[in-house]
Design a protein around this ligand. Structure first.
Ligand code: AMP
Ligand code: MG
Length: 320
């Protein structure tokens, strides 16, 4: 075992909360069978108690602690996409702590694809790990983001920057239909390829089957907007301009902007996704008023990360 992990394993076994890296975002981890530690996760994050937690496991045997039975389709999803950025909802057994499921009949499980965290969980047992940020703010994708939100109150296992930078896809099998509660790096197309099922993205409702969808998420203090067609509409004072590829096209006709920062990802969707929350956080550090993002919603833009990015950006825009 990597000696780097030993103190973190001890802390978790002692009932402490520890920040852990995953390939999606950093998680605020506590042992999945320790209600006191889990309570602390909710209070540290200021997370509403009806927003359930994802349990992270390191091998499939750890599933048995939480579920009654496994359908062939569940097995197929796990075999194909784990370890990876796919959270699957399963019918929970009667032992799963209700503080984890928020009293729902389902339990959410995922096997993250990060070598340090997989090794950690092999030694500690399953962990709950919601994103390591104060509820409502952009998720943490780097160790210093976790530090910004929680200071030295919790230990941070440093696993570098997260590869994807956006939260996992959340799916549920309901009446033989695959429902995507939250889009992520595993796309509807990926999921359809393994099962002859229709998929639909569940709209957030008053009492959704995946309650996290109804809460305000991912939003910086700065206002977030799609870049307007007409660049003269841009509010020139203290803004950040983020473009995927067409930045110059959008602004060449205007007078010089007194923007604070401009970023052009030059068509690199993965870098755009990976750095989105870092940009949000940086804009707040610099007291910027507005973040304009190139409007990637039209069909001329195609990429597997598109649905997840549009989902997170729209939530940041509407602050829903
Ligand atoms: P976070 O860990 O902050 O990225 O959020 C976890 C997401 O998974 C939220 O949107 C939750 O609503 C969803 N989730 C976790 N557990 C369950 C569950 N048992 N049933 C339905 N959705 C869940
Ligand atoms: Mg979160």
């Amino acid at each position: 075992m990597s000696s780097q992990l030993e103190p973190y394993i001890k802390r978790i076994k002692n009932g402490e909360v520890v920040a852990i890296p995953t390939e999606t975002v950093y998680g605020l981890a506590a042992h999945a069978w320790n209600p006191v530690a889990i309570n602390r996760v909710y209070s540290l994050k200021n997370r509403p108690s009806d927003n359930p937690l994802i349990i992270h496991i390191a091998h499939k045997d750890q599933l048995d602690e939480f579920i009654e039975e496994l359908s062939p389709l569940h097995k197929e999803l796990m075999n194909r996409f784990w370890p990876g950025p796919l959270t699957i909802l399963f019918p929970a057994n009667s032992k799963v702590l209700s503080i984890v499921t928020a009293g729902l009949p389902t339990v959410a499980l995922r096997m993250p694809n990060h070598p340090l965290t997989l090794e950690l969980i092999r030694n500690t047992g399953p962990l709950v790990a919601p994103s390591a940020n104060i509820s409502g703010t952009p998720s943490a994708t780097k160790p210093n983001h976790v530090y910004e939100d929680f200071g030295s109150e919790i230990a941070i296992l440093d696993g570098g920057s997260c590869d994807y930078g956006l939260e996992s896809t959340v799916v549920e099998i309901l009446n033989n239909e695959l429902i995507i509660h939250r889009p992520g790096a595993i796309t509807a197309e990926d999921l359809c390829a393994i099962a002859p099922l229709s998929t639909r993205v569940e709209p957030a409702q008053a009492a959704p089957r995946s309650p996290g969808q109804k809460y305000r998420h991912y939003a910086p203090n700065a206002r977030v907007e799609w870049m307007p067609e007409n660049p003269s509409m841009i509010e020139k004072d203290a803004c950040m301009l983020i473009s995927l590829k067409n930045f110059s096209k959008n602004i060449t006709t205007t007078e010089t902007l007194t923007y604070f920062e401009q970023l052009d990802w030059q068509g690199d969707w993965l870098a755009f996704a990976k750095n989105l929350y870092d940009c949000f956080r940086r804009a707040d550090h610099n007291n910027l008023k507005t973040i304009y993002i190139e409007d990637i919603r039209s069909s001329e833009y195609q990429h597997p990360m598109k649905d997840a990015l549009v989902n997170r950006i729209e939530k940041a825009i509407t602050r829903a």
